[in-house]
Ligand binder design. Structure first.
Ligand code: SAH
Length: 373
């Protein structure tokens, strides 16, 4: 029986046939962002009906606490009269909507000082964001480069995991790059290892110098580039950035390329364009890039520690007293999930960036070891 091949896979097979195998990052980029058939270009992937769910979609408390964090961070920076709030990859616009609803209630002065800028490439999600945020003045951008150079709070939740990563494999002849090709015998996409070309010869960090044959190392230059831009903006224009995502606090070996469809894991090389592809974020690499540019890095700490320090339990109790009885279990379950020790609470990390002289932002007073910074 012939395998069922999506239009995007046909396009990719053509690319491979004419120009040869492609790297994992290029594969991810086509799978997620092909202008016609790319995953994010064609659908809203979020929610119960979609493929995956994110923290702001689980509970409004997530956005409320981040909103309060924004106000406090702005106050600590001396309440500048003009500030931009930037979100990368805002999904359905839920987080931004919850942030604005909350901040409106606690500080009109903050809202008056604020202009909102969203960075989004998906036309489908942009449309949803426009509907959810119709009461606010918002400017959309395709990438961070066009964001104005002004004091900014920059937020990214589950954005970096969606950026294309490269993979390298340790072989008996040293590091090779992992590529995707068409397996002629079985007529399907498959991984192969190819020698690394001189031009792109990456530097392999010391943390993985003991890699055994078969080990995989992931390196995300696109993430590094965006992190660089965020850090430079925070350094030059002031205030702070907040990055939340799943990933590891230390650079390490391991394959984390992950495909998801309808809330289940999936083969990353089938159903191209209809599955979500992500990889874990290397927070140590992002922190090192930022520090090298002269900003202060706070954390990464676990999502559990961040939200507990900022009072998620108290906020949940207060809100539970206000909502209709029937909604209480959902509310409690949402908060539990966000900070679960054996789930999102520890898988997700939170990292902030401030100027060298910026104060330690709320929530980061204690680092991963429980030491006060
Ligand atoms: N932050 C949201 C959505 C996470 S899904 C939430 O927490 O619910 C990833 C988001 O990043 C989507 O909005 C997707 O369209 C966007 N995205 C992915 N790659 C992008 C890129 N290169 N530039 C801008 N946005 C991107």
């Amino acid at each position: 029986m012939l395998p069922i091949v999506t239009p995007l896979e046909l396009r990719l097979r053509h690319i491979i046939k004419t120009a040869g195998s492609i790297s994992v990052a290029r594969f991810m980029q086509i799978a997620l962002s092909d202008p016609e058939f790319g995953y994010y270009q064609t659908r809203d992937p979020l929610g119960v009906q979609g493929d995956f769910i994110t923290s702001p979609e689980i509970s409004q408390i997530f956005g409320e606490i981040i909103g309060l964090w924004c106000v406090v961070t702005w106050q600590n920076a001396g309440r500048p009269r003009n500030i931009i709030l930037v979100e990368l990859g805002p999904g359905r616009g839920t987080l931004m909507s919850d942030i604005l609803e909350t901040t409106k209630k606690v500080s009109q002065e903050f809202i008056n000082a604020l202009k909102v800028h969203l960075i989004e490439t998906s036309p489908v999600l942009k449309k949803l964001q426009k509907a959810v945020l119709k009461d606010y003045e918002i400017t959309w951008h395709n990438d961070i480069e066009t964001i104005p150079s002004e004091p900014a709070l920059i937020i990214a939740n589950e954005f970096f995991d969606a950026l294309p990563t490269e993979q390298y494999v340790m072989t008996k002849d040293g590091w090779y790059q992992r590529h995707i090709t068409v397996d002629q015998e079985y007529d399907k996409l498959s991984f192969i290892n190819v020698p690394i070309t001189k031009e792109e010869s990456p530097i392999f960090p010391h943390q993985i110098s003991n890699a055994k044959i078969g080990s995989i190392f992931e390196r995300n230059d696109i993430s590094e580039g965006i992190m660089k831009s965020i850090a430079e903006r925070t350094r030059d224009n002031g205030i702070a950035s907040l990055i939340i995502d799943y990933g590891h606090t230390q650079t390490q070996l391991g394959e984390t390329l992950q495909a998801v469809k309808s809330h289940n894991y999936h083969n990353p090389l089938t159903d191209m364009g209809e599955i979500d592809l992500t990889s874990h974020v290397d927070f140590q690499a992002l922190a090192a890039t930022s520090e090298s540019l002269g900003v202060r890095v706070h954390g990464p700490i676990t999502q559990r520690d961040f939200f507990r320090t900022l009072g998620i339990q108290q906020r949940t109790t207060i809100l539970a007293g206000k909502v209709e009885g029937g909604q209480v279990p959902l509310l409690l379950e949402g908060s539990r999930r966000l900070i679960a020790k054996d789930g999102m609470g520890t898988l997700f990390k939170v990292m902030a960036i401030t100027t060298k002289r910026g104060e330690t932002p709320a929530g980061f007073e204690f680092d991963l070891l429980g030491n006060q910074s």
